[in-house]
Design a protein around this ligand. Structure first.
Ligand SMILES: Cc1ncc(COP(=O)(O)O)c(C=O)c1O
Length: 381
């Protein structure tokens, strides 16, 4: 079966559905037992922190999508990253983090993981097999994000995984951009594929959720042990909403893809734009790696404007009518943000000759979105 069919047909056979297409929402903390003898050691679900049937259905769909051995849910995309980091790293471990990683993950590593005695090192996302030069005897984990959600570099995942495997080092990737749809990192030997389900799986900008897919039994065991001990659980309502979002994610992503590529191409013709950072464009420096490893592209990309004042950048953003100004991405509504205040680099440097803008292309008519950008460019003189 193709992913499109799996997204629709997986996780729908539980008798608790009572014939309905979608699962019931059980709000539960206490789960009652008939007999005191069964309270301890029963194989049955015993407390709401283990999730209910809606959580089971959601995990089943995600397992299929990511081709995973198991999936854990967490209460935001950021918490999926921090749960994975805490599950895998101990005092004295060295963690290698891609320099283009989502900013709050960097903050967590620098301010908190380090507090527990882990040593953090950053590497250039385009490092490829040269990651070997950064490996130390205590390196425990390599953390990737591809493409980086602001600057859009695509790392050479197979080259980095090969080095990691040779040294018995865990690998984890933030797979939010590809949504588990356009990239299957677990089939490439990555141990953990992490997503902010807040973005494309939810698709409607109204739920926060994270997912951690483990590629094999050893990875599942480490993750489950920590996640269950940590008390992480999502409400049944949120699980239901993300499950409903996933059922239509395939068609939404195809539309996000088409519109984003059309807009990216149009932007390359604009005099106000110095560079469009979209890996599906042949001129993107990592286009060939993207073409080799991904089956498509989602709706998020960035552009570098020709050097212009901050005042004009803000005027351009403020002039947008259809694009909302706001953080996050992957929903039906198109969004725009300027990124320079978020950029932090410590391994090598990010060179851009102008202000960086990020667009999340939603599901509006593409010509309307282009017209909106066109009229807003009038603010840049
Ligand atoms: C690449 C990436 N990973 C993780 C997250 C965190 O997701 P959440 O907003 O659900 O915490 C984000 C949020 O924007 C993101 O862009």
């Amino acid at each position: 079966m193709s992913d499109a069919t799996k997204l629709i047909h997986t996780g729908r056979n539980d008798p608790s559905f009572q014939g309905a297409v979608n699962p019931p929402i059980h709000r539960a903390s206490t789960i009652l037992f008939e007999r005191a003898e069964d309270l301890y050691g029963s194989p049955k679900r015993s407390y709401g922190t283990q999730g209910m049937c809606v959580h089971d259905s959601l995990k089943a769909v995600l397992r299929e999508l990511e081709q995973a051995h198991s999936v854990q849910l967490t209460n935001s995309g950021l918490s999926a990253c921090t749960v994975a980091l805490l599950a895998l790293c101990s005092a004295g471990d060295h963690v290698l983090v891609s320099d283009n990683t989502y900013g709050p993950v960097r903050t967590f590593c620098d301010q908190h993981l380090s507090r527990f005695g882990a040593q953090i090192g950053y590497f250039d996302p385009r490092i490829g097999a040269k990651i070997a030069d950064h490996i130390q005897p205590n390196t425990k984990l390599i953390w990737l994000e591809a493409p980086g959600s602001l600057t859009m570099e695509v790392s050479d995942i197979p080259a980095i995984v090969a080095v990691a495997k040779a040294s018995n080092i865990w690998t984890a990737i933030d797979n939010t951009w590809a949504a588990g749809w356009f990239l299957k990192p677990l089939t490439m030997g990555v141990d953990f594929s992490i997503q902010a389900a807040t973005k494309y799986p939810c698709g409607h900008s109204d739920v926060l959720m994270g997912t951690i897919a483990a590629g094999h039994a050893k990875a599942s065991a480490v993750l489950a042990k920590y996640n269950q001990a940590s008390g992480n659980i999502n409400s049944a309502d949120d699980a239901w909403l993300v499950l409903r979002g996933l059922r239509t994610m395939g068609v939404r992503l195809e539309r996000h893809q088409q519109s984003a590529i059309a807009i990216a191409k149009w932007l390359t013709t604009r005099p106000e734009v110095r560079q469009v950072l979209h890996p599906a464009l042949p001129e993107h420096p990592d286009h060939q790696i993207w073409q080799r490893d991904f089956t498509g592209s989602s709706g998020l990309f960035s552009l570098v404007l020709r050097p212009t004042s901050e005042k004009q950048v803000l005027a351009f953003l403020n002039a947008l009518d259809l694009f909302g100004l706001g953080f996050s991405w992957g929903g039906y509504l198109s969004l725009a943000v300027h990124c320079d205040p978020q950029l932090v680099r410590t391994a090598g440097h990010w060179v851009a000759d102008g202000p960086l803008i990020r667009l999340s292309i939603g599901l509006e008519d593409v010509d309307d979105l282009i017209a909106d950008l066109d009229q807003a460019f009038a603010q840049i003189t």
